[in-house]
Design a protein around this ligand. Structure first.
Ligand code: PLP
Length: 385
């Protein structure tokens, strides 16, 4: 049996497999078991903004692994303390506390619990097409029926409003604990938020004492051309959730808290692995690499270049191009699964976002030559039919 057959035979079955075994990654490329090199626009589902196996990041992990890997939060640790300072000083100014976990869904779970604890209310409003994770709380905020329906009943008191529809904000009222939004809906199809809408949400939340939870699990750490996608807008979050690229590819999540929330009661939440020194050291190096190697500017530059080149592709199959920085979606007039397979045959790995959107989340180290290879592959597969 090859690796794919073993996994298909003995894993739970929840993942669809592409039949490609990846053995190695470097920068914005991946290599399979046959030695074939791909341009990686999956980017570990958006977890590898600094590129695969960045030498400085590898060194930081090696060093820390020799010193200390696990250190429960009952003890303090230098790497954690320094990372807290560095993260909070890079984050929007009003964020002054943080809770560490190990994934995006956990960052959301903490946000929901903190919002309920702070407001003493239970009603949570999220957006249609939104994706926030797959544990029961985060899944209750997620919209897609395919993920939700097998697990009903979910957490009570969650509802969904139309994204970017100011009229729907009437649903926010004095019983609402929190509103949860992405700045660009990722899984839902790469739909950027409208600035006026975001402002309207903020003022509606202020009017009724509702917390605004922004899910930047996918958009954070330079993806959109700013450290956080929220930095594009003059709007504050009350709770900001990050994960994916926070530690350059190691599992980590963080829930950042606005100063107005103050300190929570001891023991109401926690995580065994959360904030361990290994991921904190990796996250510190990730922040440094993003800034010293100007990867956030590169995301903006390469993102515009990518978009310009995409606009030149004349294909009857393209319905719309959307995105910000290096988070790009191409909506097709047909299902994307066959196109994704053909792109892999042409040496380019991409993600779907729903049934009809191709999603590109390449490492932010991607260069023009690599983008040209992606464009050439797209031209081949989108023009041929
Ligand atoms: C990926 C994602 C999550 C869930 O993250 P996991 O680490 O898979 O639990 C939550 N929100 C958004 C916006 C995401 O893109």
């Amino acid at each position: 049996m090859n690796w794919t057959e073993i996994e298909e035979s003995y894993e739970s079955g929840v993942y669809s497999k592409r039949g490609i075994s990846i053995v190695k990654g470097q920068g914005a490329t991946l290599e399979d078991a046959d030695g074939r090199v791909y341009i990686d626009c999956v980017g570990g589902q958006g977890t590898t903004n600094i590129g695969h196996s960045h030498p400085r990041w590898v060194k930081a992990i090696q060093n820390q692994a020799e010193i200390l890997v696990n250190c429960p939060e009952m003890f303090s640790n230098e790497q954690r303390a320094l990372y807290i300072q560095e993260l909070l000083s890079a984050a929007p100014q009003s964020m002054n506390r943080v809770f560490f976990s190990n994934s995006g869904t956990e960052a959301m779970e903490a946000a929901i619990k903190f919002a309920r604890a702070f407001t003493k209310r239970t009603q949570v409003i999220a957006a249609k097409r939104g994706f926030h994770g797959r544990t029961m709380g985060a899944l209750s905020a997620t919209w897609n029926k395919k993920y939700r329906d097998p697990f009903l009943p979910l957490v009570p008191d969650f509802s969904h409003i139309s994204f970017n529809a100011i009229i729907d904000l009437e649903n926010i009222h004095s019983q609402t604990a929190a509103v949860i939004l992405e700045i660009i809906q990722g899984e839902g199809g790469v739909y950027p938020i409208d600035g006026e809408y975001l402002k309207a949400v903020r003022s509606k939340c202020d009017q009724h004492g509702v917390l605004l939870i922004i899910d930047e699990v996918q958009t954070g750490f330079g993806r959109t051309g700013k450290l956080f996608a929220l930095d594009h807008f003059p709007v504050e979050a009350d709770i900001l959730c990050v994960a994916k690229s926070i530690a350059g590819g190691l599992p980590m999540g963080a829930t950042l808290l606005h100063e107005k929330l103050g300190k929570f009661e001891t023991g109401i939440h926690g995580s065994t692995f959360g904030g361990n020194p290994l991921v904190c050291a990796a996250a510190r190096e990730t922040l440094k690499i993003l800034s010293e190697e100007q990867l956030i500017q590169n995301a903006e530059l390469m993102g515009s270049y990518f978009m310009e080149e995409l606009r030149k592709i004349k294909s009857p199959l393209i319905r719309e191009l959307r995105g910000m920085g290096l988070m790009i979606g191409i909506e097709l007039k047909q299902k994307v699964a066959p196109t994704i397979r053909k792109l892999a045959d042409h040496g380019v790995l991409v993600l779907p976002a729903g049934l009809t959107v191709l999603r590109f989340l390449p490492p932010l180290v991607i260069n023009k030559e690599q983008i040209q290879l992606v464009i050439a592959a797209l031209e081949e597969v989108l023009v041929e039919e």
